[in-house]
Design a protein around this ligand. Structure first.
Ligand SMILES: C[S@@+](CC[C@H](N)C(=O)[O-])C[C@H]1O[C@@H](n2cnc3c(N)ncnc32)[C@H](O)[C@@H]1O
Length: 231
């Protein structure tokens, strides 16, 4: 199936509210466990000097989980949508245990114009994460250029996203399954996201052609893909 680009930022209020209200906690917990497993396997300990950045953080679900999992690290969630950042700040404020999130802050910025000096002057990023961001980015160059700009030689990258289905029939099947659980706005957004997603072949080719060979791509089940490693 050909890729159909969708708008990068999620800015409509109804879209943001539907997304923020949905429960994606199983997938989010799974991502945190995967990152943790990767760090343990590579003997990496995140201590109080470390900086974790969550790109395209949306309403902050992953950012909050990262800051609870690594309470000594500083966590920065970044999104280009003012409405998403507004909801993320609100979620942080209304958290059942706000003191758990005191190591978390948010920034409204487009990843295409982001520089590491925008985030922190003193610290290198130890862990650079994103979830469900890559398919929003119109050109892969912009996504990987951002990783290159923000990463040092030590930065661990971990980026998870949807994988584009092979054909329209499979995309419609996934859309129907989504509709059983979520409202129309979210279901239509999900369908647009599936069509905007990349394939692992496209990602692997980009990585190969741009000599980013320390990054690995793997498919997780039939719906997701993960890019991990160093830039
Ligand atoms: C599908 S949401 C994922 C939110 C969150 N990572 C999660 O897993 O719940 C994608 C987010 O990426 C943001 N985004 C898309 N393109 C972006 C860009 N160029 N710069 C910054 N944020 C962007 C959107 O505004 C949206 O909030």
């Amino acid at each position: 199936m050909e890729r159909t680009v969708e708008p990068e930022l999620m800015e409509r209020e109804d879209q943001v509210i539907s997304y923020a209200k949905a429960d994606f906690s199983d997938g989010e917990n799974n991502l945190i466990n995967q990152i943790n497993y990767y760090l343990i396997k590579n003997n990496i300990n995140l201590n109080d000097k470390e900086l974790i950045v969550d790109l395209g953080c949306g309403p902050g679900n992953i950012s909050e989980k990262l800051s609870i999992k690594w309470p000594k690290a500083e966590v920065v969630g970044i999104d280009g949508s003012k409405e998403m950042i507004r909801v993320a700040e609100l979620n942080k404020k209304n958290s059942s245990n706000p003191s758990q999130l005191k190591n978390l802050r948010y920034m409204c910025a487009d990843i295409k114009s982001l520089k590491s000096s925008d985030i922190s002057l003193e610290k290198n990023i130890s862990l650079l994460v994103s979830n469900s961001l890559i398919h929003h980015i119109t050109y892969l160059d912009d996504f990987f250029y951002c990783l290159e700009k923000l990463s040092s030689k030590l930065t661990i990258n971990f980026h998870k996203d949807l994988k584009r289905p092979n054909d329209e029939k499979s995309a419609l099947h996934l859309k129907e399954k989504c509709a059983e659980k979520y409202n129309d706005i979210l279901t239509n957004d999900y369908y647009a996201s599936l069509k905007a997603s990349y394939t692992s072949k496209e990602l692997k080719n980009f990585i190969f052609e741009n000599k980013l060979s320390s990054l690995e791509v793997f498919e997780e089940g039939d719906q997701y893909l993960v890019i991990y490693g160093k830039v």
